[in-house]
Design a protein around this ligand. Structure first.
Ligand SMILES: [Zn+2]
Length: 117
């Protein structure tokens, strides 16, 4: 397998270990490994699909493990692509519309449409 993303982390194997820093502390039966008297909870192994390189589930066993990683390394993650200025999406002037339901309830909604640039 050709590696162009995080070399050294993913080797030639088709499995990766979940990158969640606390994965091995979750009390689930599927994480139990080892022989009687010396059991451990082990980080989950994940089937790596090379066609889903940008998919977080190639690197994390769960949304919780992904969040744990993101929170632990948030400063480094932000440093990859710092946002020092806001982005903007051009829109048409918002249109506020009044609606009245068949039972007399009135509500408003505001339509927002992107402007062709
Ligand atoms: Zn995990």
């Amino acid at each position: 397998m050709h590696c162009n993303c995080i070399c050294g982390v993913i080797s030639m194997t088709s499995h990766v270990w979940c990158h969640g820093p606390s994965c091995h502390t979750n009390h689930t039966v599927d994480r139990v490994r080892g022989s009687k008297g010396s059991k451990v909870l082990r980080t989950r192994k994940i089937q790596f699909n090379p066609e889903w390189r940008e998919n977080m589930y190639n690197y994390f066993c769960s949304n919780g493990c992904y969040n744990d990683f993101a929170n632990k390394y948030i400063q480094q993650i932000i440093a990859i692509a710092p946002r020092n200025e806001p982005l903007e999406t051009p829109i048409e002037d918002p249109e506020k519309t009044k609606h009245t339901t068949s039972w007399g309830h009135t509500y408003y909604d505001t339509r927002i449409r992107e402007r062709e640039v």
